[in-house]
Design a protein around this ligand. Structure first.
Ligand code: DAH
Length: 353
């Protein structure tokens, strides 16, 4: 076979291999085989010297033409393969832009915080200050200063969690510590009276703790709003008028209130306040256990002993106090049947408020 014939064959074989290369990698192999350092065309180009003189010009020309043809075929096949490879890559990593997006989940203020703010606003509007106390309290402020000494039976209903000083004596066991998680916000009354002269018109919202198992009407941790008024000439009529006004602000103008005698160690006389049932409006239903009334808070005239503990002249000043459970008020206001639902973290429930 003449050299010219060999070249014709090499040309067609190479062009075919180029057109059949399945991917960039295969095409590169073809290029190396022909134009690489040890490629077939390179071999011919390198051996030009051994070609008979009379044929040299002709063979050289053919080689150059083939080289150019091969180079341009490689070039265009390369572009074609690159385009289809890019296409395949895009298909594989395709994003379905018609899928609906994932919306940002925006939180809302919790119902309990909402009620605390709302009630604080009501009292703020009638000139009360909003105080805060600490959740870790001493036995003195939680009980003693509120006319509830160690042997007082009212303590029985308010067992709590005692804070033990680990660095202290080994004998520091529950019952021997006098630092505790407060069972009521009432202790704030004593702190405020010690630090300020009357007139005092204040409320104090905050968390309280009890050694209770959670059930539909009890939680081991809940919120209260305490209230205290100390001024000259304060009477039970002031207490009634204020709390009737506040209950109507919270629950609606159509709600009635009634004051039922009760007992609290730190007030005398004491009462519990009921509002007419929001579901049956006093008729009697399952929600109000057939009575037509629901209990919302405790209150009374500040016991002179409590004023005396705080160094306030009980001859000159008198006052009233009250305390309400925030979770309970939330449930009454929105007809929630179980206190535990407030803590569930269930967005379907919480979003309603
Ligand atoms: N501290 C009471 C409780 O937790 C609630 C209470 C009742 C507070 C009467 C008061 C009050 O200030 O006068 O049950």
């Amino acid at each position: 076979m003449s050299i010219q014939d060999e070249l014709v064959e090499l040309r067609s074989a190479t062009l075919q291999a180029i057109s059949q290369a399945a991917d960039s990698e295969g095409l590169e192999q073809v290029r190396i085989g022909v134009l690489g350092k040890n490629g077939q065309l390179t071999g011919y180009l390198r051996s030009m010297g051994s070609i008979p003189k009379e044929d040299r010009a002709e063979v050289g020309k053919t080689l150059n033409v083939i080289k150019q043809e091969v180079e341009s075929a490689l070039e265009s096949r390369k572009a074609t393969l690159a385009a289809s490879e890019l296409e395949a890559k895009m298909q594989a990593g395709a994003v379905d832009i018609t899928l609906p997006g994932r919306a940002q989940q925006m939180g809302t203020r919790h119902l309990i915080s909402g009620i605390i703010d709302e009630i604080s606003e009501i009292f703020h509007g009638i000139g009360y200050t909003v105080e805060s106390g600490t959740e870790v309290e001493t036995d003195y402020y939680n009980f003693e200063a509120l006319n509830t000494p160690a042997d007082h039976p009212a303590r029985g209903m308010q067992d709590t969690f005692y804070v033990i000083d680990r660095s202290g004596a080994e004998s520091a066991v529950r019952g021997e510590s006098d630092v505790l998680l407060r069972t009521q916000t009432s202790g704030v009354q004593a702190h405020v009276m010690e630090n300020r002269k009357p007139p005092i018109y204040m409320i104090a919202p905050g968390k309280v703790y009890r050694r209770d198992v959670a059930d539909p009407s009890h939680l081991p941790q809940f919120n209260q709003i305490e209230g205290l008024v100390v001024d000259e000439g304060i009477t039970f009529a002031d207490l009634k008028g204020t709390l009737d006004y506040v209950c109507k602000q919270i629950f609606g103008q159509d709600r009635e209130t009634r004051f039922r005698p009760h007992y609290f160690p730190f007030t005398e006389p004491s009462a519990e306040v009921d509002v007419s049932c929001g579901i049956c409006h006093g008729e009697g239903c399952r929600f109000c256990k057939g009575t037509g009334w629901v209990e919302v808070l405790g209150c009374g005239m500040v016991d002179p002993n409590v004023l005396a503990y705080a160094g306030i002249d009980a001859e000159r000043y008198s006052g009233f106090a009250f305390g309400m459970g925030v979770e309970r008020i939330a449930c009454l206001k929105y007809n929630v049947p179980d206190l535990r639902m407030l803590l569930s973290g269930d967005m379907r429930f919480l979003r309603q408020f």
